[in-house]
Design a protein around this ligand. Structure first.
Ligand SMILES: Nc1ncnc2c1ncn2[C@@H]1O[C@H](COP(=O)(O)OP(=O)(O)O)[C@@H](O)[C@H]1O
Ligand SMILES: [Mg+2]
Length: 310
Protein backbone atom coordinates (compact mmCIF):
# COMPACT_ATOMS: atom_id res chain seq x y z
CA UNK A 1 0.00 0.00 0.00
CA UNK A 2 0.99 3.62 -0.53
CA UNK A 3 2.50 5.01 2.65
CA UNK A 4 0.43 7.78 4.11
CA UNK A 5 -2.68 7.30 2.00
CA UNK A 6 -5.05 7.45 4.97
CA UNK A 7 -3.40 10.61 6.33
CA UNK A 8 -3.44 12.14 2.86
CA UNK A 9 -7.20 11.60 2.72
CA UNK A 10 -8.00 13.47 5.94
CA UNK A 11 -9.25 16.54 4.05
CA UNK A 12 -12.35 14.55 3.14
CA UNK A 13 -13.31 14.24 6.78
CA UNK A 14 -13.85 17.98 7.23
CA UNK A 15 -17.44 18.96 6.55
CA UNK A 16 -18.71 15.38 6.70
CA UNK A 17 -17.64 14.43 10.20
CA UNK A 18 -18.15 17.03 12.92
CA UNK A 19 -15.42 17.26 15.54
CA UNK A 20 -13.24 14.14 15.81
CA UNK A 21 -10.35 15.85 13.96
CA UNK A 22 -7.80 14.57 16.41
CA UNK A 23 -9.33 11.09 16.46
CA UNK A 24 -9.36 11.01 12.66
CA UNK A 25 -5.71 12.00 12.55
CA UNK A 26 -4.71 9.27 14.99
CA UNK A 27 -6.83 6.70 13.16
CA UNK A 28 -5.17 7.59 9.84
CA UNK A 29 -1.70 7.45 11.39
CA UNK A 30 -2.47 4.03 12.84
CA UNK A 31 -3.83 2.64 9.57
CA UNK A 32 -0.93 4.11 7.58
CA UNK A 33 1.57 2.42 9.83
CA UNK A 34 -0.08 -0.99 9.75
CA UNK A 35 -1.66 -0.87 13.19
CA UNK A 36 -4.98 -2.47 14.05
CA UNK A 37 -7.39 -0.29 15.98
CA UNK A 38 -10.16 -0.45 18.55
CA UNK A 39 -12.59 2.49 18.50
CA UNK A 40 -13.98 2.70 22.01
CA UNK A 41 -17.06 4.84 22.48
CA UNK A 42 -20.80 4.89 23.09
CA UNK A 43 -23.20 4.13 20.23
CA UNK A 44 -23.99 7.05 17.93
CA UNK A 45 -20.74 8.94 18.39
CA UNK A 46 -19.70 8.69 14.75
CA UNK A 47 -17.35 5.70 14.84
CA UNK A 48 -18.76 3.98 11.76
CA UNK A 49 -19.21 7.24 9.86
CA UNK A 50 -15.64 8.32 10.54
CA UNK A 51 -14.09 5.05 9.45
CA UNK A 52 -16.28 4.81 6.36
CA UNK A 53 -15.35 8.33 5.23
CA UNK A 54 -11.63 7.82 5.88
CA UNK A 55 -11.59 4.50 3.99
CA UNK A 56 -13.55 5.83 1.05
CA UNK A 57 -11.32 8.89 0.72
CA UNK A 58 -8.19 6.76 0.96
CA UNK A 59 -9.50 4.33 -1.65
CA UNK A 60 -9.33 1.46 0.80
CA UNK A 61 -11.77 -1.43 0.71
CA UNK A 62 -14.11 -1.61 3.66
CA UNK A 63 -15.75 -4.81 4.86
CA UNK A 64 -18.38 -4.42 7.54
CA UNK A 65 -19.31 -7.11 10.07
CA UNK A 66 -21.79 -6.81 12.89
CA UNK A 67 -20.45 -8.58 15.97
CA UNK A 68 -22.91 -10.72 17.93
CA UNK A 69 -23.16 -14.12 19.60
CA UNK A 70 -24.04 -15.76 16.24
CA UNK A 71 -20.81 -14.65 14.58
CA UNK A 72 -19.19 -18.09 14.46
CA UNK A 73 -15.73 -18.74 12.99
CA UNK A 74 -17.46 -20.12 9.88
CA UNK A 75 -19.44 -16.93 9.38
CA UNK A 76 -16.31 -14.84 9.73
CA UNK A 77 -14.12 -17.05 7.54
CA UNK A 78 -16.64 -18.39 5.06
CA UNK A 79 -18.00 -21.83 4.30
CA UNK A 80 -18.52 -24.37 1.57
CA UNK A 81 -21.66 -24.36 -0.53
CA UNK A 82 -23.23 -27.73 0.37
CA UNK A 83 -24.77 -28.32 -3.09
CA UNK A 84 -21.46 -27.67 -4.84
CA UNK A 85 -19.64 -29.90 -2.39
CA UNK A 86 -22.10 -32.74 -3.05
CA UNK A 87 -21.50 -32.33 -6.75
CA UNK A 88 -17.77 -31.87 -6.93
CA UNK A 89 -16.25 -32.13 -3.46
CA UNK A 90 -14.37 -29.49 -1.53
CA UNK A 91 -12.99 -27.56 -4.48
CA UNK A 92 -11.91 -23.94 -3.98
CA UNK A 93 -14.77 -22.75 -6.23
CA UNK A 94 -17.26 -24.20 -3.76
CA UNK A 95 -15.94 -21.99 -0.99
CA UNK A 96 -17.89 -18.82 -0.25
CA UNK A 97 -15.53 -16.31 1.31
CA UNK A 98 -16.62 -14.72 4.56
CA UNK A 99 -15.76 -11.14 5.52
CA UNK A 100 -12.40 -11.91 7.12
CA UNK A 101 -11.15 -13.88 4.12
CA UNK A 102 -12.36 -11.18 1.75
CA UNK A 103 -10.63 -8.46 3.75
CA UNK A 104 -7.40 -10.49 3.96
CA UNK A 105 -7.38 -11.23 0.22
CA UNK A 106 -8.36 -7.73 -0.93
CA UNK A 107 -6.22 -5.90 1.61
CA UNK A 108 -9.28 -4.13 2.97
CA UNK A 109 -10.18 -2.70 6.34
CA UNK A 110 -12.34 -5.19 8.23
CA UNK A 111 -14.69 -3.19 10.43
CA UNK A 112 -16.12 -5.29 13.24
CA UNK A 113 -18.81 -3.64 15.33
CA UNK A 114 -19.66 -4.78 18.87
CA UNK A 115 -16.39 -6.60 19.29
CA UNK A 116 -17.25 -7.46 22.89
CA UNK A 117 -20.22 -9.56 21.80
CA UNK A 118 -18.49 -12.08 19.59
CA UNK A 119 -17.82 -15.62 20.85
CA UNK A 120 -14.43 -16.64 22.17
CA UNK A 121 -13.65 -19.08 19.34
CA UNK A 122 -14.31 -16.35 16.78
CA UNK A 123 -12.00 -13.99 18.66
CA UNK A 124 -9.28 -16.64 18.43
CA UNK A 125 -9.61 -16.70 14.64
CA UNK A 126 -9.19 -12.93 14.60
CA UNK A 127 -6.18 -13.05 16.88
CA UNK A 128 -4.49 -15.50 14.53
CA UNK A 129 -4.96 -13.10 11.63
CA UNK A 130 -3.58 -10.20 13.64
CA UNK A 131 -0.64 -12.14 14.96
CA UNK A 132 0.35 -14.31 12.04
CA UNK A 133 -1.09 -12.24 9.19
CA UNK A 134 -3.01 -15.21 7.91
CA UNK A 135 -6.11 -17.32 8.47
CA UNK A 136 -6.51 -21.07 8.31
CA UNK A 137 -9.64 -22.45 6.78
CA UNK A 138 -10.22 -26.19 7.07
CA UNK A 139 -10.00 -27.86 3.61
CA UNK A 140 -9.49 -24.48 1.86
CA UNK A 141 -6.04 -23.83 3.23
CA UNK A 142 -4.15 -20.83 4.55
CA UNK A 143 -5.01 -17.36 3.34
CA UNK A 144 -2.24 -14.82 3.75
CA UNK A 145 -3.01 -11.21 4.48
CA UNK A 146 -2.52 -8.69 1.70
CA UNK A 147 -0.35 -5.87 3.12
CA UNK A 148 -3.36 -3.51 3.15
CA UNK A 149 -5.35 -5.66 5.57
CA UNK A 150 -6.34 -3.91 8.82
CA UNK A 151 -8.76 -4.73 11.58
CA UNK A 152 -10.77 -1.89 13.09
CA UNK A 153 -13.09 -3.03 15.85
CA UNK A 154 -15.65 -0.91 17.66
CA UNK A 155 -16.56 -1.34 21.31
CA UNK A 156 -19.25 0.22 23.41
CA UNK A 157 -18.00 1.02 26.92
CA UNK A 158 -21.54 0.78 28.34
CA UNK A 159 -21.81 -2.77 27.16
CA UNK A 160 -20.34 -4.75 30.00
CA UNK A 161 -20.88 -8.07 28.20
CA UNK A 162 -17.53 -9.71 27.77
CA UNK A 163 -15.51 -6.51 27.91
CA UNK A 164 -12.95 -7.97 30.26
CA UNK A 165 -12.85 -11.26 28.34
CA UNK A 166 -11.64 -9.60 25.17
CA UNK A 167 -9.50 -7.01 26.82
CA UNK A 168 -6.30 -8.95 27.00
CA UNK A 169 -6.32 -10.96 23.82
CA UNK A 170 -7.20 -8.10 21.53
CA UNK A 171 -6.05 -5.00 23.35
CA UNK A 172 -2.46 -6.19 23.37
CA UNK A 173 -2.52 -6.29 19.58
CA UNK A 174 -4.42 -3.10 18.84
CA UNK A 175 -4.24 0.63 19.45
CA UNK A 176 -7.23 2.16 21.17
CA UNK A 177 -8.89 5.43 20.20
CA UNK A 178 -11.52 6.76 22.60
CA UNK A 179 -14.47 8.50 20.98
CA UNK A 180 -16.93 10.48 23.07
CA UNK A 181 -20.01 12.64 22.65
CA UNK A 182 -19.49 16.01 20.96
CA UNK A 183 -20.38 19.25 22.76
CA UNK A 184 -23.80 20.86 22.28
CA UNK A 185 -22.71 23.20 19.48
CA UNK A 186 -21.24 20.31 17.48
CA UNK A 187 -24.26 18.10 18.11
CA UNK A 188 -26.41 20.87 16.65
CA UNK A 189 -24.15 20.86 13.60
CA UNK A 190 -24.56 17.08 13.28
CA UNK A 191 -28.35 17.37 13.38
CA UNK A 192 -28.20 20.18 10.81
CA UNK A 193 -26.04 18.01 8.52
CA UNK A 194 -28.71 15.31 8.58
CA UNK A 195 -31.80 17.45 8.31
CA UNK A 196 -33.09 20.89 7.37
CA UNK A 197 -35.19 22.16 10.28
CA UNK A 198 -35.82 25.29 12.31
CA UNK A 199 -32.64 26.01 14.33
CA UNK A 200 -34.59 26.40 17.54
CA UNK A 201 -36.11 22.94 17.19
CA UNK A 202 -32.68 21.41 16.54
CA UNK A 203 -31.20 23.22 19.53
CA UNK A 204 -34.04 22.06 21.78
CA UNK A 205 -33.77 18.46 20.55
CA UNK A 206 -30.02 18.45 21.21
CA UNK A 207 -30.43 19.91 24.69
CA UNK A 208 -33.16 17.42 25.61
CA UNK A 209 -31.15 14.51 24.23
CA UNK A 210 -28.09 15.60 26.21
CA UNK A 211 -30.15 15.82 29.39
CA UNK A 212 -30.93 12.08 29.11
CA UNK A 213 -27.21 11.41 29.66
CA UNK A 214 -27.22 13.00 33.12
CA UNK A 215 -30.48 11.84 34.61
CA UNK A 216 -29.88 9.93 37.87
CA UNK A 217 -32.22 7.09 36.91
CA UNK A 218 -30.79 6.65 33.43
CA UNK A 219 -27.87 4.29 32.91
CA UNK A 220 -27.37 4.93 29.19
CA UNK A 221 -28.71 8.12 27.65
CA UNK A 222 -29.48 8.77 24.01
CA UNK A 223 -26.92 9.56 21.35
CA UNK A 224 -27.32 12.40 18.88
CA UNK A 225 -29.39 9.96 16.81
CA UNK A 226 -32.22 10.71 19.26
CA UNK A 227 -31.94 14.43 18.51
CA UNK A 228 -31.92 13.75 14.77
CA UNK A 229 -35.07 11.63 15.01
CA UNK A 230 -36.85 14.08 17.29
CA UNK A 231 -36.15 16.87 14.82
CA UNK A 232 -37.32 14.90 11.80
CA UNK A 233 -40.47 13.70 13.57
CA UNK A 234 -41.40 17.14 14.90
CA UNK A 235 -41.11 18.68 11.44
CA UNK A 236 -43.26 15.95 9.89
CA UNK A 237 -45.84 16.02 12.68
CA UNK A 238 -45.98 19.82 12.58
CA UNK A 239 -46.74 19.71 8.86
CA UNK A 240 -49.40 17.08 9.38
CA UNK A 241 -51.03 19.04 12.19
CA UNK A 242 -50.49 22.43 10.53
CA UNK A 243 -48.65 23.59 13.64
CA UNK A 244 -45.23 25.00 14.48
CA UNK A 245 -43.00 22.02 15.39
CA UNK A 246 -41.97 23.93 18.51
CA UNK A 247 -45.37 23.67 20.11
CA UNK A 248 -45.60 21.57 23.20
CA UNK A 249 -47.84 18.84 21.81
CA UNK A 250 -45.82 18.40 18.62
CA UNK A 251 -42.36 18.56 20.17
CA UNK A 252 -43.55 16.42 23.11
CA UNK A 253 -44.87 13.61 20.92
CA UNK A 254 -41.72 13.71 18.81
CA UNK A 255 -39.53 13.60 21.93
CA UNK A 256 -41.34 10.59 23.37
CA UNK A 257 -41.09 8.63 20.15
CA UNK A 258 -37.46 9.58 19.51
CA UNK A 259 -36.06 9.17 23.01
CA UNK A 260 -38.08 6.81 25.23
CA UNK A 261 -36.86 3.69 23.44
CA UNK A 262 -33.26 4.87 23.35
CA UNK A 263 -32.56 5.29 27.04
CA UNK A 264 -31.70 2.45 29.39
CA UNK A 265 -32.74 2.88 32.98
CA UNK A 266 -30.63 1.80 35.93
CA UNK A 267 -31.55 -1.15 38.15
CA UNK A 268 -32.99 1.10 40.83
CA UNK A 269 -35.24 3.15 38.55
CA UNK A 270 -38.80 3.29 39.74
CA UNK A 271 -40.31 4.88 36.69
CA UNK A 272 -40.74 3.99 33.04
CA UNK A 273 -38.66 5.51 30.24
CA UNK A 274 -41.75 7.42 29.08
CA UNK A 275 -42.09 9.02 32.50
CA UNK A 276 -38.44 9.99 32.57
CA UNK A 277 -38.61 11.59 29.11
CA UNK A 278 -41.82 13.41 30.04
CA UNK A 279 -40.12 14.81 33.14
CA UNK A 280 -37.00 15.92 31.27
CA UNK A 281 -39.14 17.43 28.53
CA UNK A 282 -41.29 19.40 30.98
CA UNK A 283 -38.24 20.72 32.85
CA UNK A 284 -36.47 21.84 29.70
CA UNK A 285 -39.61 23.31 28.16
CA UNK A 286 -40.10 25.50 31.20
CA UNK A 287 -36.49 26.66 31.32
CA UNK A 288 -36.45 27.22 27.58
CA UNK A 289 -39.30 29.66 27.55
CA UNK A 290 -38.53 31.24 30.91
CA UNK A 291 -35.09 32.25 29.75
CA UNK A 292 -34.31 35.43 27.91
CA UNK A 293 -33.10 34.58 24.42
CA UNK A 294 -29.69 35.76 23.38
CA UNK A 295 -28.13 36.20 26.78
CA UNK A 296 -24.73 34.70 27.58
CA UNK A 297 -24.80 30.95 28.14
CA UNK A 298 -28.28 30.83 26.67
CA UNK A 299 -29.94 27.49 26.15
CA UNK A 300 -30.97 28.53 22.68
CA UNK A 301 -28.13 30.34 20.94
CA UNK A 302 -29.82 30.28 17.57
CA UNK A 303 -33.08 31.72 18.71
CA UNK A 304 -33.74 35.18 17.36
CA UNK A 305 -36.60 36.82 19.19
CA UNK A 306 -38.77 35.57 22.03
CA UNK A 307 -41.82 33.69 20.88
CA UNK A 308 -44.57 33.42 23.42
CA UNK A 309 -47.90 31.77 23.71
CA UNK A 310 -47.34 28.12 22.95
N1 LIG B 1 -19.13 13.41 14.79
C1 LIG B 1 -20.10 13.20 13.89
N2 LIG B 1 -20.08 13.83 12.69
C2 LIG B 1 -21.06 13.63 11.78
N3 LIG B 1 -22.11 12.83 11.98
C3 LIG B 1 -22.19 12.18 13.15
C4 LIG B 1 -21.20 12.33 14.17
N4 LIG B 1 -21.55 11.58 15.23
C5 LIG B 1 -22.70 10.98 14.89
N5 LIG B 1 -23.09 11.35 13.65
C6 LIG B 1 -24.33 10.94 12.96
O1 LIG B 1 -25.04 10.17 13.89
C7 LIG B 1 -25.40 8.91 13.35
C8 LIG B 1 -24.70 7.79 14.08
O2 LIG B 1 -23.32 7.75 13.74
P1 LIG B 1 -22.48 6.39 13.61
O3 LIG B 1 -21.26 6.72 12.86
O4 LIG B 1 -23.34 5.30 13.08
O5 LIG B 1 -22.13 6.13 15.14
P2 LIG B 1 -21.49 4.82 15.84
O6 LIG B 1 -20.87 3.99 14.77
O7 LIG B 1 -20.52 5.39 16.81
O8 LIG B 1 -22.64 4.13 16.52
C9 LIG B 1 -25.08 8.97 11.89
O9 LIG B 1 -26.26 9.36 11.22
C10 LIG B 1 -24.02 10.04 11.75
O10 LIG B 1 -24.16 10.71 10.58
MG1 LIG C 1 -21.73 2.20 14.22
Amino acid sequence: MTPGRFSDALGAVAGTIIGLDREAEILAAALDTGRHVVLDGPPGTGKSSLLRVVCRAAGSGFVFVEGNAELTPNRLLGSYDPAMVLEGGYRPEAFIEGPLIRALQEGSVLYLEELNRIPEETLNVLITSLEEGEAHVPRFGTVEAHPGFRLVAAMNPFDSVGTSRISHAISDRTCRIAIGYQDAAREREIVALEHQAPPELMAFAVELTRSTRHHPEVRIGSSVRGAIDMTVLAVALGERRAADPMTRAVAGDAAQAALSGRIRLGEAAERTPDEVIAELFAQLWERWFAEEPGKAGSLHPDRGGGRAGR
